[in-house]
Design a protein around this ligand. Sequence first.
Ligand code: FAD
Length: 565
Amino acid sequence: YTDIPVSENALEPRRGGPKNLPIAEVLVDDDDCPENSKQKHKPKLVLLGSGWGSVAILKTLNPEDYHVTVVSPVNYFLFTPMLPSATVGTLELRSLVEPIRRIVSRAKGHFLKAEAVDVELSEKLLEVAQTNAQGEECHFYLPYDKLVLGVGATTNPHGVKGLENCHFLKDIEDARLIRNKVMQNLEQACMPTTSDEERRRLLSFVVSGGGPTGVEFAAELFDMLNEDLGRSFPKILRNEISVHVIQSRGHILNTYDEALSKFAEARFAHDQVEVLTNSRVKEVQKDKILFSQKDEKGETVTKELPMGFCLWSTGVAQTELCKRIADKIDVQTNKHALETDTHLRLNGAPLGSVYAIGDCSTVQNNVADHLVHFLRSMAWEKGKDPEKMEITFPEWRDVAQRVKKRFPQAADHLRRLDKLFEQYDKDQKGTLDFGELHELLLQIDSKITSLPATAQRAHQQGQYLGRKLNKLAQAAPGMMVNEVDYGDLDEAVYKAFEYHHLGSLAYIGNSAVFDFNGLSFSGGLMAVYLWRSVYFAQSVSLRTRMLLAMDWSKRALFGRDMMNY
Ligand code: FAD
């Protein structure tokens, strides 16, 4: 098939839908495709986004089975785990991106550089916005038989004032802006007209958020300042520069094993990266950051930190498109992500027509239910009736540990449960029965639904969906284009999605930490090489692997390029 007419001038397209917009058609070349051929009646599969989830689908999908269209405002796939390295020039920006059209062509699909703005669920029409040659925004509908939402997430502002004074790190453009700002501050600090006080402010770098992204950025910045500053900016003394990480929890990297968080904190202490824990940013002003901190007595005090640069990296929030979709569906009540069933189908959408994967979604996978399930199997293993079994504190800890391995993101909730159980243990009798445990589960939010917002999860979900779409096409060719109720085909052809947590890793400045499913370790140079090889192997193409290898060699031989672009 040829192309999709998208503008109103092209071939006078059919109009329709609730907003009476032009409707883009998939054009099938009639010579090649007789009226009733399989080719002509292939279902229309629309993938939103060119990130981890969509790329995993494209790489798994059987190219013959669907008319594939990918819609994304950017025409590249970004290898996010290495993005912090691009902010200081350890890696070049182009080494982290792969043109999406190359990947789409593998699935014999189309790519539209445009943004999805709305979905008419009952009419299976996706509203797309595109900027035309005159710079005007035009909207059109793209019909689909199956739609996959893989639009990722945006930065979570947490209601804090002054975020316009911060930098973010989500996209390649963010990395470029950060690199330029860091360089600009270093250049300004060298000016003879800059006062000492102003110089210290310009060289005060603050990272708000002690998760992997914030920590890796702080580590990369520290490396650059240590390794390349002296050569390029001999007038700036290392002790004039300060790097601060503000973290709301008690530890940085708090979803990792506790020993690893402590290792990372010790490493930062050694490298003079200041970690401010139990601290919450209240407001970011142009030249300073205001935050509250709990002191040793548990009292909250407000403090000020002069700064020349602030990175805001405090978790993810829903995109506008996802909010709009959630507003249309009564059962979508989760404020953080679109909820799907375990087959990754969007809850509340017509069955089997819309799927959501990656950061924009959460599988309704009740952790509390899993806890009960594990406790039940423990009872059966011991030959006891689960409903009558009494659970001791060590037994509870064993079960909680198993659940934590499967749902690392529930670690905090499980710790809260541990505390409740411990208190209960002290106050009363030392054991709980099932009914009592259920009450405890209700005291915390018993519906801990989220999965981690990671590339690992988006990739697994994309692969799962690609395989399922292949099976659906084989099991019932053409079923998605005919308006026939085939029942729950997804369940009939493929198992439910199961997340397998393979582990977490983070770079912490000439050393790295690994948390592989209960096996955690940390270390220096060897760990850094292991960290690099994991990502090198995962990198999306031979082209990007070659570029990464060249960047690392160039940096080792000549240092980083200390300049603006
Ligand atoms: P994304 O990869 O974010 O892709 C979303 C896509 O949707 C983008 O192409 C975007 O342009 C497009 N899009 C957005 N809105 C629309 C719209 N309206 N219409 C059409 N398209 C749209 N995870 C790890 O597992 N390990 C790590 O080490 C790691 N490090 C990270 C470091 C950084 C700096 C960042 C930012 C993230 C990191 N992550 C890491 C998280 C990981 O990148 C995300 O979890 C992953 O990208 C999610 O994949 P996704 O497919 O859901 O969304």
